[in-house]
Design a protein around this ligand. Structure first.
Ligand code: BES
Ligand code: ZN
Ligand code: ZN
Length: 479
């Protein structure tokens, strides 16, 4: 899609014009003049549709002047960047069949309006159509934004949206078509394209490197594991951010097997890894002045004859022994090795991203990510980046009193606690592998996947956390 900015609505034309409307049908930028041209039938017509300008409402009418069709979109009382992203997502979805689209949404007087509209519009039009005979992809070829872009917001939004779309593609891909080896190959191709370093460890190297958790989880699978380590190092950067993403390409639960219904969505259990890949793409494309290490332990959690058994003990990368009492608590085992590896290079901040616990989804629902932080500064930085990006995250406590739930009589720790506070015990488990460095854990079990389209979110993999992590990297780069 070719996206441009135009200072005046008068200079544009196209198949569709999208105009914002505030509460009580208060016309947004550009709307009054067009409405005047449409004629007296418009108000009674919109009355009939009960279109008041409530947030998210849309109404389509025949066009005037150089436009084939006009879409009014309701913004409610007032709008911030977050709401604008969502409304642009709805607008994008309504514009799928229109080739040349123009909108004045970007002329709304808030900081980052162009960024918000481009980001929302592009992601609202996202489709995973690879396996559909009738693909029904977006027909939009040009988008003209009325407004001003003095700060490169347009390009920024295009880069971040492309990174989110890439993550969505990987998450939506069926597990049978994204074996660890295949996913690592995609990461390698991306790294080559971006000119960043990458090392991929195969099964034997995983054993030699003592990534014991990753190996243990992979034992029941025919498809061997991979450990992906990417490194973006622009000359002269002073800070280093390490990202570690859970890459379980399919989670059957292992021998502690899941019920059939619980398995239906488990191809999305590599969302953390997809988010790391997407973030690396955006950071490198933007050329941010910060070192970023991207680590993705990739494995399939299966039930083959060589699978780890409940009660088995393995030794992790940092030397700690773990008694595996539930093989479905596998994400923490692979992340533990990723965190231990990251900690060895003493980064300024480590962030892990994982669809880690059903408990976190129960606690916060499908739209909010759980956030745990080693300290207020680290947690605060990531929370602020999430707010700037329009992603909801809520801090949960690393309650020291619960650490004893992970005590094992025969190993350094066990991999599950009791029935309660499951998101917290999972986070406490991970902390054992962080060498007490600044660290944030994002449990995205809820928002990594959506059951329905909503704003710029599309049903299926969402790419949740890519935008936050890019904003975090920007903050660390001082840009
Ligand atoms: N991948 C799941 C967590 C999950 C559940 C993500 C639902 C998204 C939606 C994870 O590996 C898992 O199975 N966790 C267990 C942990 C338990 C055995 C301690 C869980 O949450 O039930
Ligand atoms: Zn599991
Ligand atoms: Zn899992």
């Amino acid at each position: 899609m070719d996206i441009t900015v135009s200072p005046e609505l008068e200079q544009t034309s196209g198949d569709l014009l999208i105009l914002p409307v505030f509460q009580d049908r208060t016309w947004g930028p550009g709307a009054s003049q067009v409405v005047g041209e449409l004629g007296d039938w418009l108000d009674p017509y919109l009355d009939g549709l009960d279109f008041t300008g409530k947030a998210g409402q849309t109404a389509s009418v025949p066009g005037t002047g150089g436009f084939g069709r006009i879409l009014f979109i309701g913004l409610g009382e007032e709008v911030d960047a977050d709401a604008l992203r969502k409304m642009a997502g709805i607008a994008g979805r309504s514009a799928m069949r229109d080739a040349a689209v123009v909108t004045t949404l970007s002329a709304i007087d808030i900081d980052g309006a162009v960024d918000a509209v481009v980001y929302g519009f592009l992601l609202g039009q996202y489709r995973f159509a690879k396996y559909l005979s009738d693909q029904r992809l977006s027909q939009t070829t040009t988008l003209t934004l009325v407004g001003e872009d003095t700060t490169g917001q347009l390009e920024h939004a295009e880069i971040v949206a492309a990174a989110v779309a890439m993550a969505r593609d990987l998450i939506n891909e069926p597990a049978g078509d994204k074996k660890p080896e295949v996913l690592a190959g995609i990461a390698s191709d991306m790294a080559t394209e971006l000119g960043i370093d990458i090392t991929v460890y195969d099964r034997d190297q995983i054993e030699q490197e003592r990534f014991g958790g990753l190996l243990a989880v992979s034992l029941g699978a025919t498809n061997p594991p991979r450990m992906v380590v990417m490194s973006y190092r622009p000359g002269g950067a002073t800070k280093t951010l390490a990202l570690i993403g859970k890459g379980i390409v399919f989670d059957s639960g292992g021998l502690s097997i899941k019920p059939a219904s619980g398995m239906e969505t488990m191809k999305t259990d590599m969302s953390g890894a997809a988010v790391v890949f997407g973030t690396m793409r955006a950071v490198a494309t933007l050329g941010l002045d910060v070192n970023v290490i991207g680590i993705a332990p990739l494995a399939e959690n299966m039930t083959g004859g060589a699978a780890q058994r409940p009660g088995d003990i393995y030794r992790a990368r940092n030397g700690k022994t773990v008694e595996v009492l539930n093989t479905d608590a596998e994400g923490r085992l692979v992340l533990a090795d990723g965190l231990a590896l990251a900690a060895e290079s003493e980064p300024d901040l480590m962030v892990d991203i994982a669809t880690l616990t059903g408990a976190c989804k129960v606690a916060l629902g499908g739209k909010i990510g759980g956030l745990f932080g080693s300290d207020d500064e680290a947690a605060g930085m990531v929370l602020a980046a999430a707010t700037r990006s329009g992603e909801s995250m809520w801090r949960l406590p690393l309650e020291q009193d619960y650490r004893s739930k992970l005590d094992s009589p025969i190993a350094d720790l066990k991999n599950i606690g009791d029935r309660y506070g499951g998101a917290i015990t999972a986070a406490l488990f991970l902390r054992e592998f962080t060498s007490d460095l600044p660290w944030v854990h994002l449990d995205i079990a809820g928002p990594a996947r959506a059951d329905a389209d909503d704003g710029y979110i599309t049903k299926g993999g969402t790419g949740f956390a890519v935008a936050t992590l890019v904003a975090l990297a920007e903050e660390m780069a001082g840009s």
